[in-house]
Design a protein. Structure first.
Length: 257
C-alpha cells in the first residue's frame, strides 16, 4: 500500500500542471490585486475563525445574513462505513432557507471527489468506499457530498490523508477559473480521530464559486465531505461554517474500526 500512495503523489505532480479549458480564463495569482475595472473578487472573511453570517446569492453582492443550521447526527459510532453517511437533514445548510435533498447513495465511483482531488480513494489504497450526494435550491447550483472509505489498516489511512493534503497544495494549478484562492488546511477539533477543512474560491463566467473540503480520519476509516456553492461571499459566525459543522457531525458517526 505504501507504493500505491507514493505513486499517487508522483502522478499528482504531472496532473497539477493541467491548463484551464479553452473557454475560460487562466487562473491568476492569489497575490495580485484587482484593478477598479476588474470583476469583483468573492469576499472572504479575514480569518477562518471570525466570519459574519451571509446567505450565498448570485443576484446580490450583499445578501441578507443567515445562520447555518447545526446537524442532528446522534448515537453511537456507525458499525459500517455506510452507517456514517449523513442524511439530508443532518448535512449542515448554507443558510436557513436552503435545505439539502439527497440525490444518490451507493458505492463510490472512480471519479475524483472534490475540486482538488486527482484520484479516487480506491486508487490510493481504500478497500471500499460509499458515497452520498446532495443538491440544494431550485436551480441545483449548490451541491454537497460525502464519502466514507475503509482502509486495510490505520497506517494506510494516514498515508492516504497525506496524499490528499498534497493535492490541496497543488490545487491552484488545476482549478478551471480565475482569481483562484486556496486557503490553508485548518484543523477542526473533534471528539475522536482527527479532522481538517479548507476553502477554495474562484470566479467562473463572472460568478463567484466556493468549494469546501473536509476530512475526518478515525482508525481505519476516512470520510471526505465537500460543499460547493455559487455566490458573492462565504462568511459565517465562528463555529457556524457549514463545513466545520459537517466535519464535527461526521466525526461523531465515523467510529474507528
Amino acid at each position: 500500500m505504501v507504493a500505491v500512495a507514493a505513486a499517487a503523489v508522483a502522478i499528482s505532480g504531472t496532473l497539477a500542471g493541467c491548463s484551464t479549458s479553452p473557454d475560460e480564463e487562466p487562473a491568476e495569482s492569489t497575490t495580485s490585486e484587482p484593478t477598479p475595472t476588474e470583476e469583483p473578487t468573492p469576499s472572504e472573511e479575514p480569518t477562518p475563525t471570525e466570519p459574519t453570517p451571509t446567505t450565498p446569492s448570485t443576484s446580490s453582492s450583499t445578501p441578507p445574513p443567515s445562520q447555518a443550521v447545526s446537524p442532528t447526527a446522534t448515537g453511537a459510532p456507525a458499525s459500517t462505513p455506510a452507517g456514517a453517511l449523513l442524511s439530508a437533514a443532518e448535512m449542515p445548510q448554507l443558510n436557513d432557507s436552503s435545505t439539502w435533498t439527497e440525490r444518490r447513495t451507493g458505492p463510490a465511483g472512480q471519479q475524483p471527489f472534490g475540486l482538488c482531488q486527482q484520484f479516487d480513494l480506491l486508487t490510493i489504497g481504500a478497500l471500499n468506499a460509499v458515497e452520498r450526494t446532495f443538491t440544494s435550491g431550485t436551480s441545483g447550483t449548490d451541491t454537497a457530498g460525502q464519502q466514507v472509505a475503509e482502509f486495510p489498516d490505520a497506517q494506510n489511512a494516514v498515508r492516504a490523508s497525506k496524499v490528499i493534503e498534497a493535492w490541496q497544495r497543488e490545487c491552484k494549478n488545476q482549478v478551471k477559473g480565475t482569481k483562484v484562492k486556496v486557503r490553508p488546511i485548518t484543523d477542526v477539533p473533534v471528539a475522536q480521530g482527527q479532522a481538517w477543512n479548507y476553502l477554495v474560491s474562484y470566479q467562473r463566467r463572472g460568478e463567484g464559486q466556493f468549494h469546501s473540503l473536509g476530512m475526518v480520519l478515525s482508525g481505519t476509516r476516512m470520510s471526505l465531505i465537500r460543499i460547493d456553492h455559487v455566490g458573492q461571499d462565504h462568511n459565517y459566525e465562528p463555529g457556524q461554517d457549514p463545513m466545520e459543522l459537517a466535519v464535527e457531525a461526521v466525526s461523531a458517526r465515523l467510529g474507528g474500526a
